[in-house]
Design a binder for this molecule. Structure first.
Ligand code: MG
Ligand code: ZN
Length: 220
């Protein structure tokens, strides 16, 4: 019975996600779903990204958190439209929350939609939001074991941002082990080492965004 219920929930989520995907495509919006555990620095990466993009294209951000509007406030301070979803206990965003949130934006004015999911490496992976690409953030301070312990976040994703790379000399994080684990769990997954604080790698990440936004425009 429980399995049946979960299947129904995921089916209806998938249908809504497809609706979101169509709506975003009609408006030529490239959308990403940003996944990670809490404290990996998703919001800090976004702040740095928005600073460096400096209005290069129109960005909208949807922030998912259990409570507070802190992250949306941090993003809005960069001059970008940001909407906070408080899940009130739910540990992931779902497609319905995104479809409701999209009603608050002028979609014709958006090139890139960034959805920052609730910090959680487990169930967000089951919920398609209608995004084009998933991006997973792992930070050096979380240690090496996340990839093998939470494989879904590293298999069903399109890009890995390895954050807090500036802290590498101060930890026992092993880059060779990272590459070996990725090879085992998710061979070929592209990863970009970044530092949201120092700015390292952010240009490469921005180029990835620019290439994808341009590709989405060409599909119009
Ligand atoms: Mg955040
Ligand atoms: Zn959840």
């Amino acid at each position: 019975m429980k399995v049946r219920l979960e299947k129904d929930i995921l089916n209806s989520n998938n249908n809504l996600a497809e609706q979101n995907r169509r709506l975003l495509a009609q408006n030529n919006i490239f959308a990403i779903n940003l996944l990670s555990s809490p404290g990996s620095g998703k919001t800090s990466i976004l702040e740095k990204t928005l600073e460096k993009l400096d209005g290069f294209f129109q960005v909208a951000v949807i922030e998912g958190d259990l409570a507070t509007t802190r992250d949306a406030e941090r993003i809005a301070a960069k001059g970008v439209s940001a909407l906070q979803i408080n899940t009130r206990g739910a540990c992931h965003l779902d497609a319905k929350m995104i479809s409701d949130a999209l009603e608050h934006f002028d979609l014709l004015q958006i090139d890139l939609l960034i959805i920052e999911n609730v910090g959680n490496l487990v169930c967000p992976t089951d919920f398609d939001l209608g995004e084009d690409k998933r991006v997973t953030v792992l930070s050096i301070t979380e240690g090496n074991d996340k990839i093998v312990k939470y494989p879904a976040s590293f298999v069903d994703t399109d890009l890995l941002l390895l954050n807090k790379i500036d802290l590498l000399p101060f930890t026992n994080f092993d880059m060779k082990m990272l590459e070996e684990d990725l090879q085992k769990v998710s061979a070929g997954l592209q990863f970009i080492p970044v530092s949201a604080v120092k700015g390292e790698g952010v240009d490469q990440w921005i180029q990835w965004l620019k290439d994808n936004v341009a590709a989405k425009k060409q599909q119009a």
